[in-house]
Design a protein around this ligand. Structure first.
Ligand SMILES: C[S@@+](CC[C@H](N)C(=O)[O-])C[C@H]1O[C@@H](n2cnc3c(N)ncnc32)[C@H](O)[C@@H]1O
Length: 211
C-alpha cells in the first residue's frame, strides 16, 4: 500500500508540471458520465459528489444541465485550486464546492444523490483499501453510483501508478449488496496524445430507493 502522503505528493507534482493536454485522462466532453447522469430522475438540488474530480469539466457541465449542488473533492490541493479558477460562469461558482480530501477519508453529512468516480477508485489496489471504499459508500448510501475504472483490457498503470482493473461485472459485484445495476459499458477513451484506453463504467441505484 502506498502511503497517503506519497500519493498526495505524486498528484501535486502532476498538477504542478502537466497541462490537461499532457495527461491521459483529460476528456473534452465528460462521457459517458454526462449522458448517463442526464437519464437519472435526480432532483436538481440533490447533492452530486465527484470523487477525485481533478480538473474535469463534469461539474460545470452539470451546472449547465441545471444542477445546483455539486461537491468536487480531490487529494490534490493544486487540482482543486486550478479547477475552481477555471470555472466560467457565476452559476458554477455558486453551485460547486471544492474540497481537498483523500477518498478513503471522505465523509458527507448531507444525503448524496449521486456519487461519481472516474479513474480514481482504480488506484486502490490493496484489498483493504477497496473494502474501505465500499464500506464508506455503504455508510454514506448515495442514491446512485456512477463509477468508471480501467477495464480488464485497459492499461495496468495510470499516471505511473499501478491500478486495479475491473470488468463491468466485477465492478458492479462489489456494490451489489446495496445497489442494483442500471447500466454498464466498456467505452474506449481517446487520450489527448492519440492513445486508447478501455474503461468499465457502471451506473447503479440504491436498493432502498423507490422508483
Ligand atoms: C486519473 S485522474 C482523473 C480525474 C477526473 N476524475 C477525470 O476523470 O478527469 C485521478 C484523480 O484522482 C485524484 N486522486 C488520486 N488518488 C486520490 C485519493 N486517494 N483521494 C482523492 N483523490 C485522489 C488525483 O489527484 C486525480 O485528480
Amino acid at each position: 500500500m502506498i502511503e497517503a502522503q506519497t500519493i498526495r505528493q505524486h498528484w501535486e507534482q502532476i498538477y504542478q508540471s502537466k497541462t490537461p493536454g499532457d495527461v491521459s485522462w483529460t476528456q473534452e466532453s465528460p462521457e459517458p458520465s454526462l449522458s448517463w447522469i442526464r437519464t437519472l430522475p435526480l432532483d436538481p438540488k440533490a447533492c452530486i459528489v465527484d470523487s477525485g474530480g481533478g480538473r474535469s469539466a463534469l461539474a460545470e457541465c452539470l451546472v449547465e444541465a441545471g444542477h445546483t449542488c455539486i461537491e468536487v473533492f480531490d487529494i490534490s490541493m493544486r487540482a482543486m485550486a486550478q479547477a475552481k479558477s477555471e470555472l466560467r460562469s457565476p452559476e458554477a461558482r455558486e453551485a460547486i464546492q471544492y474540497r481537498v480530501c483523500d477518498v478513503l477519508q471522505y465523509t458527507m453529512e448531507r444525503p448524496i444523490g449521486l456519487w461519481h468516480d472516474r479513474a480514481v477508485f482504480h488506484f486502490l489496489t490493496d484489498p483493504a483499501e477497496v473494502e474501505g471504499y465500499v464500506r464508506n459508500l455503504q455508510k454514506m448510501a448515495p442514491d446512485y453510483l456512477l463509477i468508471g475504472t480501467f477495464s480488464t483490457k485497459g492499461p495496468e498503470k495510470c499516471s505511473g501508478l499501478p491500478v486495479r482493473r475491473y470488468s463491468p461485472e466485477s465492478l458492479a459485484a462489489l456494490f451489489r449488496e446495496d445497489y442494483v445495476l442500471i447500466q454498464s459499458d466498456e467505452p474506449i477513451h481517446h487520450t489527448p496524445s492519440g492513445g486508447v484506453q478501455a474503461f468499465s463504467f457502471v451506473l447503479m441505484r440504491h436498493r432502498n430507493l423507490s422508483v
